[in-house]
Design a protein around this ligand. Structure first.
Ligand SMILES: Cc1ncc(COP(=O)(O)O)c(C=O)c1O
Length: 382
């Protein structure tokens, strides 16, 4: 049998040169002693974890960060063995033994996790690299300030027993993407006092950190020893309030493109796609774009999502279906196979992921992260 050629339907182009440039831009925004952890969780926000991790390291990132231990172990399995990798979303029964063997920095937010990691250290005979996470006000993961002394004390005891090394003290912001939000200063105050407590008790962390992308870009007082940018590495603005990616000096890394699968003339009054929420008001041409919500095109952007076809930005006509949607081409008649660009950097007139976020009433993080596995990633820039 001859080999099946790669799909022509659609692709997500990943510009690794842009990713490297973004890391260098972030590097220039922090003091020389501040280390950069490139966050590559969720398959590098949909961009491909291993390729993006390598590119980020080439451009000067010092650490990698993931949510789950399995994501972190996959980086190690891919041969990324010589840099610290931290993961922070642990569930009881997760692979602590493998985390110790792989030298992962494992986040601990409560006593159950410390107990499991200490058990694993006893079993494996290794010393676990543990980072203690404080909830300084986000109200999500992390140890409550009231429980911090108990967690710190137990971690120090395990350290004295040679079972763990407390490598980091850290937290996460709730509203860093809303400049001057009062919770920012309040969280920093709590973080400083929890650091003070832990250090007076005897913890000597390698790194103290709280800054995500918005804090990396706008809050130097939150940089401490390390920053943890995610979305900025991928060249996407964390929020419209902080400016567009171009205004932030970032370049979007992902471009989502499809090949128009069909162009046809239809008369006035023709319903388009499920539910007939769009009806042509004159004789026109319709273009079929072979991407749908199974590929991560948000159904919520039905009737609103922008697409560049043959030099003109069109709008999704009617509902986004599972595998396809339609644009009204207004009588233009491009050849089937013509490129349709859903989003990219924006400098060739194409929409951006930030435009799709507005159209889908969501955040640009969700737009890039949800591009599905059926869409091949095509890497540019080495
Ligand atoms: C704990 C933690 N740190 C850092 C990040 C990176 O955030 P951002 O993509 O806003 O830079 C995330 C992502 O949500 C996170 O969960």
């Amino acid at each position: 049998m001859t080999e099946t050629p790669p799909p022509r339907r659609a692709r997500a182009e990943i510009d690794l040169g842009a990713l490297r440039a973004n890391v260098r831009t972030l590097r220039a925004r922090v003091a020389p002693h501040v280390r950069i952890m490139a966050v590559v969780k969720a398959d590098a926000y949909g961009h491909g974890a291993v390729r993006c991790a390598r590119a980020a390291l080439e451009a000067g990132a010092d650490w990698l960060g993931t949510a789950t231990p399995h994501e972190a172990l996959a980086l190690r399995a891919a041969g990324i063995t010589d840099v610290p990798v931290m993961c922070w979303l642990w569930t009881p029964g997760d692979p602590w033994d493998q985390g110790i063997e792989a030298g992962l920095d494992m986040s601990v937010s409560g006593m159950w996790a410390l107990e499991e990691v200490v058990e694993a250290a006893r079993r494996t005979g290794g010393t676990a690299r543990v980072q203690l996470k404080a909830d300084t006000g986000l109200g999500r993961n992390g140890c409550q300030p009231a429980d911090w002394p108990e967690l710190v004390g137990a971690a120090l005891k395990a350290e004295a027993d040679g079972l763990v090394k407390v490598t980091g003290l850290w937290s996460h912001f709730a509203c860093a993407d809303e400049p001057h939000h009062p919770s920012i200063a309040a969280q920093l105050d709590v973080f400083r006092s929890l650091l003070d407590h832990a250090e007076k008790a005897g913890v000597e962390p390698e790194v103290r950190h709280i800054a995500n992308s918005p804090a990396t870009l706008t809050l130097p007082e939150a940089h401490f020893d390390l920053v943890r940018p995610g979305i900025a590495v991928y060249g996407v603005s964390p929020s419209p309030e902080l400016g567009t990616s171009a205004e932030l000096g970032l370049r979007p890394v992902m471009s989502l493109k499809a090949s128009v699968a069909l162009v046809k003339w239809v008369p006035a009054g023709h319903g388009v796609s499920y539910g007939h929420h769009y009806v042509t008001d004159a004789e026109t041409t319709l273009g079929l774009v072979p991407l749908g919500y199974a590929d991560g095109v948000p159904r919520h952007a039905s009737g609103r999502g922008p697409v560049l076809v043959d030099g003109t930005v069109r709008t999704v006509a009617g509902r986004v279906a599972m595998d396809q949607f339609v644009v009204d081409l207004g009588g233009d008649d491009p050849a089937p196979g013509t490129e349709a660009v859903l989003f990219g950097p924006g400098d060739r007139g194409e929409p951006t992921a930030e435009d799709w976020a507005v159209a889908a009433d969501t955040i640009a993080y969700e737009i890039v992260t949800r591009i599905g596995a059926r869409v091949p990633r095509v890497y540019l820039g080495g």
